[in-house]
Design a protein around this ligand. Structure first.
Ligand SMILES: [Mn+2]
Length: 343
């Protein structure tokens, strides 16, 4: 685990770290963990619902800080000075990642399945720093990645009450993840910023769940999801793949895709939200039962739409400029049945 040791050395050796994190529960929990354990002077989130690190944000962070750590994200292609960058991510990298250290299970397979926040917890633990292990597990629950050796190790130092759920009830950390995710679904990077401060101040998961602003977001997301569920119609494109089109100012297409996947008993559901994000892009989210690779579908659709796409087998997304006929593009992807799609 040379990469992991190198990452710890870089984090310990810098007193001016900039963290650039994804806006979801995994990114927020990972950023909170690193900020608690190391000398992090600034945390940045991609603006306006954008996914990925904008090149100008990366350059500015490198100009103003000694070390830049990307969490649940990787640097953009052509990033200057990769020797001052540490990557803490668990997404399949686009080509060979260039950085001083890459903490990513796709690059270091012995890490096993892990969320970015759990990887951040592992780094804090290895450095012998103070941090709240329960915070580092929030992303594991948010990403449905509560498994693997890193998670299991950190779990040993978390109050078991936080993990007790079942019988259709979410456990406390799953609820915290839903609270944090609700904030960014309503307010994007601003929501992530608020959630970061709430989770940083919290002594226990209950403190996060009692925060009035996050609770309000959670309620609004629930209401909006129900409204859209009552209107959404999934069109079947064959091979168990369907598409629904909605319009919402909230970033709820991922939740809808999962709900529709369960309701319709399909293998893959895509939800196209035709309302642009504040950053100007529109998004299609995919959820799969695992028998179809949603990440492959996302990348295929992205090339059809001239956008950017990717993700995991069970969950993926595509971002693109408004305009193209999404339904036609999706039909072409499904009918082409790319071999890696497993259709
Ligand atoms: Mn993640």
């Amino acid at each position: 685990m040379r990469e992991v040791r190198k990452a710890v050395e870089f984090l310990e050796g810098s007193d001016d770290i900039c963290v650039i994190a994804d806006i979801d529960a995994d990114g927020v929990a990972g950023a909170a963990t690193l900020r608690e354990a190391f000398d992090v002077s600034e945390v940045l989130f991609p603006p306006g619902g954008m996914y990925g690190v904008p090149p100008d944000m990366m350059e500015e962070a490198l100009r103003s800080h000694d070390l830049v750590v990307t969490v649940d994200l990787s640097p953009p292609a052509g990033c200057p000075e990769p020797d001052r960058v540490v990557i803490v991510d668990h997404h399949p990298p686009d080509g060979e990642p260039r950085a001083a250290a890459v903490v990513n299970p796709h690059v270091v397979p012995t890490l096993g399945d892990a969320s970015a926040s759990a990887l951040a917890g592992m780094l804090a633990h290895l450095a012998g720093r103070r941090f709240r292990p329960w915070v580092s597990l929030v992303g594991a629950f948010g990403d449905n990645m509560a498994r693997g050796p890193v998670f299991e190790t950190l779990k040993g130092s978390v109050d078991p009450v936080y993990l007790r759920g079942g019988h259709g009830r979410l456990n406390l950390l799953q609820n915290v993840a839903a609270h944090v995710n609700a904030a960014r679904r309503v307010m994007f990077d601003e929501g992530a910023r608020i959630a970061l401060e709430v989770i940083s101040e919290a002594e226990t998961p209950k403190d996060v769940l009692e925060d009035p602003e996050l609770s309000r977001c959670r309620m609004e997301v629930r209401r909006e999801t129900e409204r859209l569920m009552s209107e959404a119609e999934v069109e079947d494109f064959g091979a168990g793949c369907g598409l629904a089109t909605v319009a919402s100012g909230f970033d709820v297409e991922g939740i809808l895709a999962l709900r529709l996947l369960d309701d319709e008993g399909m293998r893959l559901v895509a939800v196209y939200n035709e309302t642009p994000k504040p950053c100007g892009y529109v998004k299609v989210s995919f959820r799969s039962d695992g028998s179809v690779d949603a990440g492959v579908v996302a990348r295929e659709l992205a090339s059809e739409l001239g956008g950017r796409g990717g993700g995991h087998r069970e969950a993926a997304a595509v971002y693109f400029e408004p305009g193209p006929d999404v339904s036609e593009a999706f039909r072409r992807v499904v009918s082409r049945r790319p071999p890696k799609l497993d259709l």
